[in-house]
Structure formats: structure tokens, C-alpha cells
Design a protein around this ligand. Structure first.
Ligand code: FDA
Length: 293
């Protein structure tokens, strides 16, 4: 797969942000990321910070990633940022050894707990799903500062959301290529399931992050929340850094909680390629960035 191309990925680490990635990636180091988050916070927008990296197969790399995430928690605390963490279990050793990954995650979650920082477990492809939920179940025995993501393209998403309704949840359409054995393929079916999941969690769940750039879904949610008297403290909208910036600002100005997903780091290539694959029109964004110097 394009986004998993190891050779290009390691080349990209050395290049710095190229190909227009600087418009959707908030820098390669903590300093640059903090500056971006402060700008968002100044506009009434909170952040969920992702130290980029995934599909890690070496213990050394997973430990490095853990240290980086601990440093991000420290930066959130030091700079009093309105922010939390998003992480991917595959970056912390999920494909190396379950218990090694659990140890890394425990250290992060415990440290975040002490600093009053929330940790969101991003959800990856279907092959990693069950083990990610196992990790979350294990950690939820001791900590309540964790939540995760429900991907609406999976047929079983409604069962999963019912099980995790006492967690803070981000609901998304789903970003990975999945087989028809496990996931809806048709946009109409995915959108329908997405709406039903959002409505369920708004009515019965703890806190809902509605993560989409789809204005039709956002408008539907606004009307649904109003009609059902869902207080604004119970939900937020989320979008990715650099996408639909005007809409991000206007939703925050309208008084909705808004949180931007802020990816940063040298490992930007896979993330960037997935965004292009999802929506080829994103190339427009890249083109503008490349030519408007
Ligand atoms: P989609 O791409 O379906 O677009 C619907 C319509 O919205 C388009 O036809 C267009 O009209 C409009 N639109 C969309 N993007 C636009 C743009 N840039 N400019 C103008 N109009 C636009 N996935 C996953 O599997 N695991 C995860 O953990 C996460 N986490 C995550 C966090 C956050 C904050 C977000 C926003 C997304 C994710 N995702 C994810 C990705 C998600 O599953 C999904 O792949 C993408 O968000 C794309 O779907 P959308 O709902 O944004 O709209």
C-alpha cells in the first residue's frame, strides 16, 4: 500500500515536511507543534495531539515513540495547553508483543492520569481491532482517562458502541481499506450507520466527538442535538489540522466545542498519503501550498 511504503517513509523522515504536507502536519518537533496548538487555543479550539508514526516493528522504535508521547504530555502540562493525546497502539509495539505494548501504554496512561490529560486510542485496520479493544479493557480497569474510536463502516459498530458507551468516544466513518466480509463498502450505508451511531451515543453515551469534515452530517447533528436537548458540554466536533479551517473557526465561534486533530513529527508520510487517498480533492490543498509561495 502507498501509505505503508517503507522506503519512501524513511526517505520522508530525512526530507522534513515536503509535498505540501506542511499544510496538514503541524511541524516536525514539539516546539512547532506547541506553537500550532497555542494558535488553535487562542481561537477557542482545543487539540488532540498525535505524535505521527504507526506500524512499528522494532522495540527500540516503540520505546522512542513512548518517550516522545511522554514529552508531549509534559509539554501540555508546562504550557497549560487545552489539549489531549491521540495515539496508535501499533506505534507502541502492538505488532511486536502484546504485553510489551501494554507496558508502554500503561506508562503513558498513568503519566497522563497524573497530569489530568485524556488519552484517545485511535483505531486502525480490522486486523488490529480486537487486540486494541483488549488493551483498552485492561487499562480501563485502573484508569478512566481513556477513550477510543468507533468506525462506522464496520457491520458490528453498533454492538461495539453499546459496550463502550461509558467511555468518551470519537465516531468516524473509517479510513482503512476493509473487506466486504466485515465492513460496508457503500458510502450511503456508511453515512447511515455513522448518523445512527452518533445519535445513539449522544442520547446514551458519556461524551461524543463527532469527527468529520462532512457538512451534511454536521448540520444533521446540530439539529438532532437541539431537538433532543443535548447540552453542548456533552459533545464536540473534530476535524483534522489544515482541513476546512473556515468551518472549524465558525463552529467554534457559534459556541460548539471544537477540537482539531493535530499530527506532528518526522513520520508524516503514511498519514499524509492516507489523507490524499481518502479524498483526491485534497490535492488542491497541496497544490495551493506548493505553488503559493
Ligand atoms: P468524507 O470524506 O466522507 O466527505 C464527505 C463530504 O464532505 C464530501 O463529499 C465533501 O462534500 C465534504 N468534504 C469532506 N472533506 C472536505 C474538505 N477537505 N473540504 C471541503 N469539503 C469536504 N479513521 C479511522 O479509521 N480511525 C481513526 O482513529 C480516525 N480518527 C480520525 C480523527 C479525526 C479528527 C477525523 C476528522 C477523522 C478521523 N478518521 C479516523 C478518518 C475518518 O474515518 C474518515 O476517513 C475521514 O474523516 C474522511 O471522512 P469524512 O467524514 O471527513 O468525510
Amino acid at each position: 500500500m502507498l501509505s505503508q511504503n517503507k522506503v519512501l517513509n524513511s526517505g520522508a523522515k530525512r526530507w522534513g515536511l515536503k509535498l505540501g504536507a506542511q499544510s496538514v502536519v503541524a511541524g516536525t518537533n514539539i516546539e512547532e507543534m506547541v506553537k500550532s496548538v497555542k494558535e488553535l487555543n487562542a481561537n477557542g479550539i482545543s487539540a488532540t495531539i498525535d505524535n505521527l508514526g504507526e506500524f512499528v516493528f522494532e522495540k527500540k522504535e516503540a520505546i522512542q515513540a513512548k518517550k516522545k508521547i511522554l514529552a508531549v504530555i509534559e509539554a501540555i502540562y508546562q504550557h497549560q495547553l487545552d489539549a489531549h493525546i491521540s495515539l496508535k497502539p501499533t506505534q507502541l509495539g502492538q505488532d511486536i508483543d502484546y504485553n510489551f505494548c501494554l507496558e508502554n501504554l500503561s506508562e503513558i496512561v498513568e503519566n497522563a492520569y497524573k497530569h489530568n490529560v485524556f488519552i484517545n486510542f485511535d483505531m486502525e485496520d480490522h486486523g488490529h481491532l480486537q487486540s486494541s479493544f483488549d488493551l483498552i479493557d485492561e487499562l480501563s480497569k485502573d484508569y478512566d482517562n481513556i477513550g477510543t474510536v468507533i468506525q462506522a463502516y464496520f457491520y458490528n459498530a453498533k454492538d461495539v458502541i453499546a459496550k463502550y458507551k461509558n467511555h468518551r468516544l470519537r465516531i468516524v466513518k473509517g479510513a482503512y481499506k476493509e473487506s466486504e466480509d466485515v465492513a460496508f463498502q457503500d458510502k450511503k450505508d456508511i453515512d447511515q450507520n455513522f448518523i445512527e451511531l452518533i445519535e445513539y451515543h449522544l442520547l446514551h453515551g458519556k461524551f461524543t466527538s463527532i469527527a468529520t469534515h462532512d457538512h451534511q452530517i454536521i448540520n444533521h447533528v446540530k439539529k438532532f442535538a437541539k431537538k433532543n436537548n443535548i447540552p453542548t458540554e456533552k459533545y464536540e466536533f473534530q476535524m483534522l489540522y489544515g482541513f476546512r479551517k473556515d468551518m472549524q473557526l465558525s463552529l467554534a465561534k457559534e459556541g460548539y466545542n471544537f477540537c482539531t486533530y493535530v499530527p506532528f513529527g518526522v513520520d508524516w508520510y503514511g498519514y499524509f498519503m492516507r489523507r490524499l487517498a481518502e479524498r483526491p480533492q485534497n490535492l488542491n490543498l497541496v497544490a495551493k501550498q506548493t505553488f503559493n509561495k
